[in-house]
Design a binder for this molecule. Structure first.
Ligand code: C2O
Ligand code: CU
Length: 393
């Protein structure tokens, strides 16, 4: 892909390609490029090595630029045997708007709450629209690619109790389809599902069940969109029993190569601090190309944080002492309160500066992130450090 980004804002921006395994220099963060200034442009150029449901978004002043909608879906088609009658991309978001529909930061107390909870609002959007309508035909099955693009909202995706089939996660297809009736999608996460067939006349909603992530805001049951089933049409849908193969990178007792801690602490300066390894905007040690990484990521706080690793997919190999039910490629994974997740991944040959962070945008902005470098063993690294202000990286 070659994408020219023209910045027509009154402020700088950069664009991050969430989930794409691209070269470090194209990652679109303040670590690897200077922010694109107003009336300037930047050309991103990279190959697309994986099929999947990806997205791109601003990675500068995110708490405003992303809240205002600076994101989009990036779908890379697979050549698998899956056939469906229709396909849609559904980007779920919410906005906290003032009475005149504008974006406002709010007063001091308001801002403190937003810093703690992340920004959630009552304007519920699918693909940028309120009261979104999906029409299907009786007898047909569709593939929906769902992206949680909200700043902080956890979506406990639910179709009024109807069964759907999970076929893919952040990094592409699962090995086998999995039937379910609900699925948690934290900010940044994606799923591919198959829905249907349904009966003509049925009406149901894309809902989010309450999920309590220990916020001041009360967890609520919400409806994002209406699904209406119309007259019958023939179906050509076919979902194979085996979708792909996922090679296991490490088993649950693999030796841990790095321990990471996400924590929240009281601070007299900010009221509350969001930390990685006890620091804001932490600097983590470098790693070497092709060395298997087994990271134990701990969340010692009493709230949830979606952990996002830039540029690479990982496998969760253990969560609080349990092996996950199925294998999946992930780049974003929820850290429940007081939990430990063990992930495995391999830094392939893409040296440079990378990062991981909480995908609740306000926590990320507050410093819940770390940078690290992937180094080629054969060379001494002199990779350029383009560092503007850390707070915007
Ligand atoms: Cu989608 Cu650095 O994030
Ligand atoms: Cu967080």
């Amino acid at each position: 892909m070659v994408i020219k980004v023209n910045n027509e804002l009154e402020e700088p921006t950069v664009v991050h390609w969430h989930g794409i395994r691209l070269p470090a220099s194209m990652d679109g963060t303040g670590e690897v490029q200077k922010p694109i200034q107003p009336r300037e442009s930047f050309i991103y150029r990279f190959e697309l090595p994986d099929a999947g449901t990806f997205w791109y978004h601003s990675h500068h002043n995110e708490t405003e630029q992303m809240e205002r909608g600076m994101y989009g879906a990036l779908i890379v088609e697979d050549d698998s045997k899956i056939v469906t009658d229709a396909e849609s991309v559904l980007m779920i978001d919410d906005m906290k708007l003032a009475k005149n529909y504008s974006f406002k930061r709010g007063n001091f107390i308001e801002q403190w709450k937003v810093r703690h909870d992340g920004r959630e609002g009552q304007t519920l959007l699918v693909n940028g629209q309120e009261n979104y309508l999906i029409e299907m035909h009786e007898g047909q099955s569709e593939r929906w690619r769902i992206i949680n693009a909200s700043s902080a909202r956890y979506v406990r995706f639910y179709l009024g109790g109807k069964q759907f089939t999970l076929i893919g996660t952040d990094g592409g297809l699962l090995e086998a389809p999995k039937n379910m009736t609900e699925m948690l999608l934290t900010p940044g996460e994606r799923i591919d599902i198959i829905v249907g067939p349904f009966k003509s006349g049925e009406i149901f909603y894309i809902e989010s069940l309450p999920y309590n992530r220990m916020t001041f805001l009360k967890a609520k049951h919400n409806a994002f969109a209406t699904v209406r089933v119309k007259e019958a049409k023939p179906s050509i849908a076919y979902i194979p029993a085996q979708l792909t193969e996922i090679k296991t990178l490490a088993d649950r007792d693999a030796a841990v190569t790095r321990k990471i801690k996400f924590s929240v602490g009281a601070s007299w300066k900010h009221g509350i601090d969001f930390l990685v390894n006890g620091e804001m905007h932490a600097h983590d040690a470098p790693i070497y190309i092709n060395d298997l990484q087994v990271w134990e990521v701990a969340n010692t706080s009493l709230m949830d944080h979606p952990f996002h690793l830039h540029g690479f997919f990982f496998q969760v190999i253990e969560e609080n002492g349990k092996v996950p039910e199925y294998k999946a490629w992930k780049d974003t994974y929820n850290l429940k309160p007081r939990s430990k997740v063990k992930i495995a991944w391999i830094p392939d040959n893409r040296p440079g500066r990378w990062m991981y962070h909480c995908h609740i945008l306000e926590h990320h902005e507050a410093g819940m992130m770390a940078h690290f470098e992937v180094i080629d063993k054969g060379e001494i690294s002199f990779s350029p450090q383009v560092r503007s202000s850390c707070a915007h990286s």
